[in-house]
Design a protein around this ligand. Sequence first.
Ligand SMILES: Nc1nc2c(ncn2[C@@H]2O[C@H](COP(=O)(O)OP(=O)(O)OP(=O)(O)O)[C@@H](O)[C@H]2O)c(=O)[nH]1
Ligand SMILES: [Mg+2]
Length: 456
Amino acid sequence: MALEGLSKGIFRSLGFLKSKRRLDEEELRDMTKSLRRALQEADFNVRQTKEIVERLEARMREEEPRPGITLQTHAMNILYTELVRLLGPSAEFRPHGSTLLLVGLYGQGKTTTTAKLADWYRKKHGVRVAVIEADVHRPGAYAQLSQLLEGTSVQVYGEPDTKDAATIVRNGLEATSSADFVIIDTAGRHELDEELVVELDEIAALAQAEERWLVIDAQVGQAAGPVAASFHDLAGVTGIVITKLDGTARGGGALSAVAATGAPIVHIGVGEQVKDLERFESDRFISRLLGMGDIQGLIDLAPEDLDEEEAMRLTQRLMSGRFTLNDMYKQMEMMSKVGTIDKLMSFLPGGMLGGMAQASKSQKEAMQANLDRYRVIMDSMTTWEKNEPAKIKVERVRRIARGSGVKEKDVRELIGQWNRSRKMMKGMGGNRRLNKQMRKMMKEGEMELDGDSLPF
Ligand SMILES: Nc1nc2c(ncn2[C@@H]2O[C@H](COP(=O)(O)OP(=O)(O)OP(=O)(O)O)[C@@H](O)[C@H]2O)c(=O)[nH]1
Ligand SMILES: [Mg+2]
């Protein structure tokens, strides 16, 4: 996913330790220098960068790697724990009986996040949720929010013609008094100007919201820290939502909002749609960031549309090397529910699937196009053909091509792809560490990270 740039930078830095068994001053210096640059390029602030690098250096000198662990893995483990520590523990939020005020600058994703959160807590916590549109500056804000939540049971309150935000909030709180959880969307500005300060102040006093979350775009860069600090002064930020983590290689800047407010990141936004919200979990976030993969995350995806048992079964089959075209088809269906390849890739350990996690944008686009075509072809195949692709002869290829309106070579390409995937899956089944990780995950329901389960 996001932060790919940082992930690459970190790997490059730790590459200086590759195949080293003993700590060597020169390599250590090269590594810390390169790491410092990678963190800064990802918008970590100077203080955070300094702290992480110094702690890594000190711990590398003090702590012996466990037997059998390479220096590089040792460094990665330390970096992992340091980054998790920097982000703090994951916040568990229970929405019952509370009011949440969303604040943030112009265009950061407040309105979208309002809808995402409403839908999330309605579904996951089974509470009655209402939203109040208190943005009187952005034309069409009420229509935008209503449209996002269309078809859900969330109550949407707004007064598109009222020019005073405080009035809307006052009326809205009354109109939504039967809800268990009320979310208030507010106006943004390019910067926190006087008018916005006064307006927010008024709304905050009226709403007496227990929760005040700052919505911040992952791409804001170094400005995130100061912006967060001023909103914190104004409203006392209690939580952070980082949006647009699907589209950026940066994000360290948003992380510095954590340092500025002391408030935890509660959720992350990973797309434009209402369903594109995730709970923020620092350990999983960091393990994904470091390319350790997040297989549990893959299985967690969209539990409403995705049959968890099916996902488990499929994963087990993948690992065992029994892999029919039907399985590949299901896997592709799963992928299409998950959304883009990009998103799926971010859940796999770097290097798995032949290093596709590092694939370029154009490669990924090409892959998505392939998937669409494969799917059309498979729709023209019988169940037997999907189970026994190796036995498909020329005549069947011709029939399938005709049925799906593609060239025969496209059908052969699909079978070739299946063959390659099958071989790769077989190879993965023989990967002791990955197998162990999978088994453990299935037993405990979650992935644990230790030196042994690292993918290198
Ligand atoms: N890719 C992506 N786009 C997002 C995400 N969250 C919001 N957006 C998009 O960002 C744009 C701005 O989102 P809004 O929700 O309107 O932002 P806002 O903070 O309410 O904006 P103002 O009301 O104008 O201050 C829209 O096009 C959204 O679809 C996200 O997590 N990922
Ligand atoms: Mg808005």
